[in-house]
Design a protein around this ligand. Structure first.
Ligand code: ADP
Ligand code: MG
Length: 695
């Protein structure tokens, strides 16, 4: 049996009634397997002797000791109170003659239990008062045979996260029960990997992870479990992606179409854009299929690189599909493509959920016949009835918004198609490496020249009026703004500003300035119309929820006001802020925070004020929230890691990647005997949820 496949319900355990069951559930623990995967939040090291003789003569902190003592005498101290005086037990080191006073506040009953001249195991946190050693927080256990000291001496004790009615004692007892009932757990990695990396068996590893004999064993256990986690993360994320297999040396020549597109632009592509384009073009011309990530900060100009590379494929008579996460964005891209690519004679079509049946028919025919060269759309692109003649290149915008399954469905529409995934939420390097590896990431690091860094103001209630005035000045200059609020209206429990009410308020604040409301309940076609008007500067400001978060590109907008900014995550804030600063105009973001802002909220806003660099923000996000919560990771089929750390285990990620590369290259369906275990783990104990959010 695999650890994760151990599906017996925890209610079968002794001491787990309804209340413990609920408390466990809030930790995500429902089965025996879940319980075994519960990671201690800390550990108490009782493995090594720390006796009284080791303590310095004078010290000012408290020091944890883990030793054996002989009880010497009982006495009482303090004034008589209702409960009498407090017991003091004086003990002497078993190894010498240093003495320690144990102050038994509220534990006078120990007088009867702790007997003088007997030996005890003592775990205590000791302080020094004028040279006298004292402890009030301690644990004493009688020692019958000093050569065979009582539990838990010599152990490293796990301290689990607690919720509700759970106690350390209960969790420990439950885990011990599960482990003692279990037959040997099966290894979840191929034998040769376990051998080559000197990993433990999974049975040893899971037992030692909870109750290690010593630090070394704990280290080995964690290494084994963490490696497996990182290995499967990569297998799952990459098994549908083809990697380029050949080391062909080729010289790739840009097509006439690409060159035309570039020379028609009113600006020059940046060096980063050009080198990304070159990397992509080289991959496209090799015989294997490309799977490449194009990352670049918000506003860095990824879309143009995508269009140019699409033209490279179209020149070879291949079809290209471009997928965006929302109707609004797909629409914007289609308009953009129409302006830039149609003059070059390219046939483009847009397919989203709101394209009617009637319009759909000729579109589907055009795809099948190959007449349509570039199809832009939402996830409607992989509906069942969509068939291509020769789909060879798939571009996914804002890839972190899509799940692995969705990507897989689109890939199945072509024969071994190339894939380019674009992300404006730079994923932390460690995570990018797990999926793409060093060689398959193209990065646009620098923004187009002439861009001024966005100036970010943190705004408290007091400075609200000043903020409105500053934005008024921008309107007078003909510039535009986004006002963002977290809610659509004021229904619901929280006291948060909402777009509906603020829309009315702002109309009074800025009379005669045209504005519009934008949120998810507005009909898609209307949304598109509003956005078009905004693009044409017929509307000066949008009052919006975070629906404008991704991809929207209106260079004349110079202000974004985000209210209750402290409740947004870092990557969402960065994305939202990236709606401005898209031209040579000076842009501003105003992050308005609540009076009762949380500590983590403060931390996030500080990061936002200090940097505009999405890569730094992504790393911060990872350390503030942990990988499980980062926008997009869950949707991409990654979930919280139990054992591995994306921050600290970079080396392990690389090693796992090497093995994955080899396996996916030579045995991608895991049919070789030595790799068959992978197939079984994926089927029986898949470490990652495959549920994905519907878009
Ligand atoms: P993102 O990387 O966020 O998807 P876009 O592709 O939407 O960015 O580009 C942002 C804006 O920058 C667009 O208006 C685009 O036309 C413009 N742009 C792209 N490349 C350049 C460049 N080299 N010089 C000037 N402006 C550019
Ligand atoms: Mg974009």
């Amino acid at each position: 049996m695999f650890i994760r496949g151990y599906s017996t319900k925890i209610s079968n355990l002794k001491g787990v009634g309804n209340s413990a069951k609920e408390s466990y559930a809030s930790l995500g623990v429902k089965t025996y397997g879940d319980l075994l995967l519960l990671t201690p939040r800390d550990r108490e090291d009782r493995s090594k002797l720390v006796n009284l003789e080791e303590l310095p003569k004078v010290f000012y902190e408290t020091i944890q000791i883990n030793t054996f003592v002989i009880a010497k005498s009982h006495s009482f101290f303090g004034a008589f109170s209702k409960n009498g005086r407090t017991l003091k037990i004086t003990v002497e080191s078993y190894y010498g003659n240093r003495r320690l006073e144990l102050l038994c506040f509220g534990r006078n009953f120990l007088q009867k239990i702790i007997k003088t001249d007997k030996i005890y195991y003592l775990y205590a946190s000791v302080s020094s008062h004028n040279g006298i050693l004292q402890a009030s927080s301690f644990e004493l256990i009688e020692v019958k045979d000093i050569n065979n000291p009582p539990y838990p001496f010599g152990q490293i004790l796990p301290l689990y996260p607690l919720k509700g009615s759970l106690t350390q004692k209960l969790i420990k007892k439950n885990i011990i029960e599960v482990l003692s009932q279990s037959i040997k757990f099966e290894d979840e990695l191929p034998k040769y990997i376990i051998n080559e990396l000197s990993l433990l068996s999974f049975d040893e590893a899971i037992r030692a992870f909870h109750f290690p004999k010593n630090k070394k064993e704990l280290f080995e256990a964690r290494k084994t479990l963490a490696f497996s986690e990182l290995f499967y993360m990569q297998i799952i994320a990459r098994k549908d992606l083809k990697t380029i297999t050949t080391n062909e040396k080729i010289r790739s020549i840009p097509s006439t179409l690409e060159l035309k597109l570039i020379s028609n632009l009113p600006f020059k592509l940046t060096d980063d854009q050009l080198s990304a384009l070159k990397e992509i073009r080289l991959d496209l011309d090799k015989s294997g299929a490309m799977s490449r990530m194009l990352q670049g900060d918000v506003g860095a100009g990824k879309t143009l690189v995508a269009w140019a590379s699409a033209l490279h494929e179209i020149s070879k008579n291949h079809q290209v599909a471009f997928m965006a996460p929302t109707e609004l964005l797909a629409n914007q891209h289609a308009q953009n493509a129409a302006e830039l690519l149609e003059p070059l004679g390219i046939t483009i079509a847009l397919l989203t959920g709101s394209v009617s049946k009637k319009q759909r028919k000729p579109l589907l025919e055009g795809l099948k016949s190959g007449q349509i060269q570039l199809l832009i759309g939402t996830h409607a692109l992989f509906s069942n009835n969509v068939e291509f003649k020769n789909l060879k290149y798939i571009i996914i915008d804002e890839q972190h918004r899509f799940g692995v399954n969705q990507r897989e469905k689109l890939l199945s529409k072509g024969k071994n198609p190339n894939i380019l995934m674009m992300s404006a939420t730079p994923i932390p390097r460690s995570l990018a490496l797990t999926v793409f590896g060093d060689l398959n990431i193209s990065t646009i690091k620098n923004l187009p020249s002439g861009r001024k860094p966005i100036i970010t103001h943190l705004v408290s209630e007091k400075s609200r009026t000043r903020m409105y005035n500053a934005i008024g000045v921008e309107f007078n200059r003909g510039h535009q703004a986004y006002f963002v609020y977290p809610r659509i209206d004021d229904s619901g429990p929280q006291e948060l500003r909402d777009v509906t009410n603020m829309f009315e308020f702002l109309k009074k604040q800025y009379p005669n300035i045209p504005s519009a409301l934008l949120h998810s309940k507005i009909d898609d076609n209307e949304k598109i119309e509003i956005l078009n008007k905004f693009k044409n500067n017929e509307i000066s400001y949008l009052v919006s929820t975070s629906v404008i978060e991704v991809g929207i590109d209106v260079p004349n907008a110079t202000c974004i006001i985000i209210e209750h900014a402290d409740i947004f995550g870092l990557s969402a804030l960065h994305q939202l802020r990236g709606r401005v600063g898209r031209s040579q105009l000076q842009s501003y973001s105003f992050l308005v925070f609540d009076n009762n802002i949380s500590e983590i909220g403060k931390e996030r806003l500080k990061v936002m004020r200090e940097t505009n660099d999405g890569f730094i923000i992504a790393e911060k996000d990872l350390s503030l929230r942990g990988p499980g919560d980062i926008l997009g990771i869950k949707q991409s089929g990654f979930i919280k890691l139990h054992f591995a750390s994306l921050v600290n285990d970079l080396e392990m990620i690389k090693i796992a990647r090497k093995y994955c590369d080899k396996i996916l290259l030579n045995d991608s369906t895991f049919i070789n005997v030595e790799n068959r275990i992978i197939k079984r783990v994926l089927e029986e104990a898949n470490p990652y949820e495959t549920e994905e959010e519907e878009l």
